[in-house]
Design a protein around this ligand. Structure first.
Ligand code: 13P
Length: 259
């Protein structure tokens, strides 16, 4: 299980310090293999690294640039995240796709950059509401997956195996993000199964033995987490709003530890 908390462009300095302080004290169940990761805004990287350095919780970035360095005002490279002590990066989040015009081709480049720097990428895919209303959610989401992994598909078999061992996917239906409208358990299960089959068709024998983990994201909270995390093809959750509420987030982590 992986529980990832995407803070987005929240919280303020004081609240971030309080969250990090509490996360640094998190004592995992010694029998659990659950991974807990938080994704603070870049201005808190150094604070996160200090707070979490000797804790069970790791941290990552919400985005990175595809190049290693250069004249890209306002951007941060995967190498910089790594140097600051981060170990993960969220890529292709629907808010990046929607508000910053990120395409599958760009996300594909970012995935390669992240892997080259030694970061674990969480590749986000998911359909907008009108696509689901038209019944095209499977083809839409699977096409996003395929195109966002295009450069991984072009790697040599050995490089591909190494890349896929680091990759995590998140299925986040756009209409469920921040709306309180969580997808039904049947829909989550069906979408995750479809994505797993697509990964099999794309990468077959190069996949890790346990497969690539697929997280669900979209209005996950401490009330619905047990049911969602109990679904077989769900390997964790990408949590937005509830990751800013300490009690709720820690409850979700405890639920995941029991799975
Ligand atoms: P919410 O949990 O607030 O719906 O956000 C989900 C999300 O976008 C996580 O990346």
């Amino acid at each position: 299980m992986i529980i990832a908390g995407n803070w987005k462009m929240n919280p303020d300095h004081q609240a971030a310090a309080a969250l990090l302080d509490a996360l640094s004290a998190y004592t995992p169940d010694p029998n659990s293999t659950c991974k807990i990761v938080c994704f603070p805004p870049a201005c808190y990287f150094s604070m996160a690294n200090q707070a979490l350095a000797s804790s069970a919780v790791s941290w990552g970035a919400q985005n990175c640039h595809q190049e290693a360095s250069g004249a890209f005002t306002g951007e941060i490279s995967s190498q910089m995240i790594k140097e600051q002590g981060g170990s993960w990066v969220i890529l292709g989040h629907s808010e990046r796709r929607q508000y910053f015009a990120e395409t599958d081709a760009l996300v594909s480049q970012k995935i390669v950059a992240a892997l080259q720097s030694g970061l674990k990428p969480i590749l986000c895919v998911g359909e907008p509401e009108e696509v689901r209303n038209n019944g095209h959610q499977d083809s839409f989401t699977q096409s996003q997956l395929e195109k966002s992994l295009d450069l991984v598909a072009q790697m040599t078999p050995d490089a591909q195996k190494t890349a896929l061992a680091q990759l995590v996917i998140a299925y986040e239906p756009v209409w469920a993000i921040g709306t309180g409208k969580v997808a039904s358990l049947q829909d989550i299960e069906a979408m995750h199964q479809g994505l797993l089959q697509k990964m099999d068709a794309l990468f077959g024998a190069h996949l890790p033995e346990a497969g690539v983990p697929i997280l669900y994201g979209g209005s996950v909270n401490d009330t619905n987490a047990a049911d969602i995390l109990g679904l077989k093809p769900v390997s964790g959750a990408l949590v937005g709003g509830a990751s800013l509420k300490l009690d709720a987030f820690l409850s979700i982590c405890r639920i995941a530890e029991e799975e």
